[in-house]
Write a protein that binds this ligand. Structure first.
Ligand code: AMP
Length: 551
């Protein structure tokens, strides 16, 4: 029997009209050097319709790609909503890629129009020489004449001002009737080799994913929330925050380029932020700032989703114990929209069991069907012990990369091979122990670099720690610990080894150590293990060897 339900497509245009109508009291706040700028959801919705008219005027009348080279601000959010609703595809360019990678993604996506923040216009102008398909550049905010000329490239491109462009348009627009499986946003993800790979989300995937993100098994958003979107709009669909916020009426606080701990804390205080999302390295900075400034009032800050790389339990515990902030650990990837799990503990869990659930990567979402595949290709049990590669499929999981079949092996019988190794409890909580390529194989046994990092970051004198496998004549590979001490502290190798020995198996404790001022990070703020391994190979890391060998 067919259902009697209406077959109405899930479209982002509906989100604009809905949020603009039912949440006139919700706002988008953009942080600026001269204080915050505010617009109601109703004004944002009007701008989205003006934007759609402006895109038509620029010749965007189908699924052409529209690039954005921007921080998190109101205008970028309007692009997130308005570009797909008009039928085009927003390509959020990661502003922290290497220049040649940025050129590659703009050309590969075939961006026709690019929107750029004035603070980023100069570096962007340098790329344009190599991106012949870009016809229009729209600048958000004023720029000096010489930058405008560089953007125009001797008349090869038209340069527009965002506000002027929109103000010339009516705030009504008849949204096209699109297929819900049409593309909305494109996000490129960098692997360790080759060019970045493009993932294209759809109206359907984005709306389903945002419903999970807003729900109480994830961030639990409502109109009484004020969400600080620290995670960049150019990283993995901004973890669904943009659409989830609009869907639930949660006001969105956009930090623009003010991503340092001090302004972030001022935003939390001044805007009475209730929740947010960020990677561990940013939240480590916020924690340090809060610890040093007990007068900061973050009493409104109830919960923050931390993911993108493993959240050290010590970070989660410190926010809970010292600042009353609940850290929701989440796991996912660009390919999975990205949320796959969020660590909300099950009802009834108490004491250590409760915290084990909270420290894990979290409970699987309904729409992220998962299997655990062992090294021999056999499915592993969900017993909390057996480890294997996490493979997933579902309506917000990508089935391929955009015009790129160089990674066909990432897909197997309709499953995405995540490249993450982990275990699952019988009730569907995931623990990630490593990336397949980062796991350390020592004398035939596997050592989890994440376990060692988490343990080390629990030491009071350790600010950050990253662990990579390095060649070893006897064991094949051994862990090398790269440690950033807390300012003013200088923990010794033997002290840290003793500390680790009480927490992990003795044979896993590293003999090689390096104390550095900073761990190199990738374009999305993760430990750059590839860079660390090559620094070790080149001999540029100050490596200290332990005096005692492991027993
Ligand atoms: P990206 O596509 O840049 O978001 O990277 C996705 C990858 O980040 C995943 O495949 C994991 O390796 C890693 N990752 C994301 N969240 C977590 C987490 N909570 N714990 C451990 N690794 C994570």
């Amino acid at each position: 029997m067919r259902s009697t339900m209406q077959n109405v497509p899930l479209l982002t245009s509906r989100l604009i009209d809905y949020a603009g109508t039912v949440y006139p009291g919700s706002e988008v706040v953009t942080w600026g050097a001269d204080g915050p700028r505010r617009s109601s959801f109703t004004d944002v919705a009007k701008d989205c319709r003006r934007l759609a008219n402006a895109l038509r005027a620029l010749g965007v009348d189908g699924d052409q790609r529209v690039g954005s080279f921007m921080w998190n601000n109101e205008e970028h959010l309007e692009l997130y909503l308005g570009v797909p609703a008009a039928g085009a595809v927003l390509h959020t360019i990661n502003i922290r890629l290497f220049p040649q990678q940025m050129v590659y993604v703009v050309n590969h996506a075939e961006d026709k129009v690019v929107f750029v923040d004035n603070s980023l216009a100069q570096p962007f102008a340098a790329l344009l020489e190599h991106t012949p398909l870009v016809e229009h550049v729209v600048v958000n905010g004023p720029v000096p004449d010489e930058v405008r000329e560089a953007l125009a490239g001797g008349g090869r491109r038209s340069v527009h001002d965002y506000r002027t462009l929109l103000d010339a348009q009516p705030d009504t627009f008849a949204w096209p009737e699109l297929d819900e499986n049409d593309g909305t946003l494109m996000c490129y993800t960098s692997g360790t080799t080759g060019n970045p790979k493009g993932v294209v989300y759809s109206h359907r995937s984005n709306l389903l994913h945002a419903t999970f993100c807003a729900g109480s098994n994830a961030l639990g958003l409502s109109q009484s929330d004020r969400a600080l979107a620290i995670v960049p709009l150019f990283h993995a669909n901004a973890w669904g925050l943009a659409y989830a916020g609009m869907m639930s009426g949660a006001s969105l606080i956009m930090p623009d380029r003010f991503l340092q701990p001090e302004p972030l804390v001022r935003m939390i205080e001044g805007e009475r932020v209730t929740c947010g999302g960020a990677v561990p390295s940013v939240m480590t900075g916020v924690l340090d700032y809060l610890d040093a400034h007990p007068e900061a009032d973050v009493s409104s800050f109830d919960r923050v989703i931390i993911g993108g790389s493993a959240c050290p339990p010590a970070l989660l515990d410190a926010f809970h114990e010292r600042h009353g902030v609940s850290v929701l650990h989440g796991w996912g990837m660009t390919e999975t929209s990205p949320l796959g799990t969020v660590a909300i503990a099950p009802v009834g869990a108490e004491g250590e069991e409760y915290w084990n659930y909270r420290h894990s990567q979290g409970r699987l979402a309904l729409h992220v069907e998962t299997r655990l595949v062992g090294a021999d290709g056999a499915e592993q049990p969900w017993d909390g012990v057996a480890v294997g590669e996490i493979q997933v499929r579902g309506p917000w999981v990508t089935g391929s990369y955009y015009r790129d079949d160089s990674e066909e092996e990432k897909f197997e019988d309709g499953w995405l091979r995540t490249g993450d190794i982990g275990s699952l409890t019988p009730d569907g909580y995931l623990t990630i122990s490593d990336r397949v390529k980062d796991v350390i194989k020592s004398g035939g046994e596997w050592i989890s670099s994440i376990d060692l990092e988490n343990a080390l970051m629990g030491h009071p004198a350790v600010h950050e720690a990253s662990v990579v496998g390095v060649p070893d004549t006897k064991w094949g590979e051994r862990p090398l610990a790269i440690v950033v001490p807390v300012e003013g502290e200088s923990p010794g190798v033997e002290e840290l080894r003793d500390y680790l020995q009480a927490r992990v198996a003795r044979w896993q404790v590293p003999e090689r150590w390096a104390f550095v001022a900073e761990v190199p990070k990738t374009s999305v703020g993760k430990f750059d293990k590839k860079a660390l391994r090559s620094q070790y190979a080149e001999g540029t890391l100050p490596v200290v060897e332990a005096t005692k060998t492991p027993s």
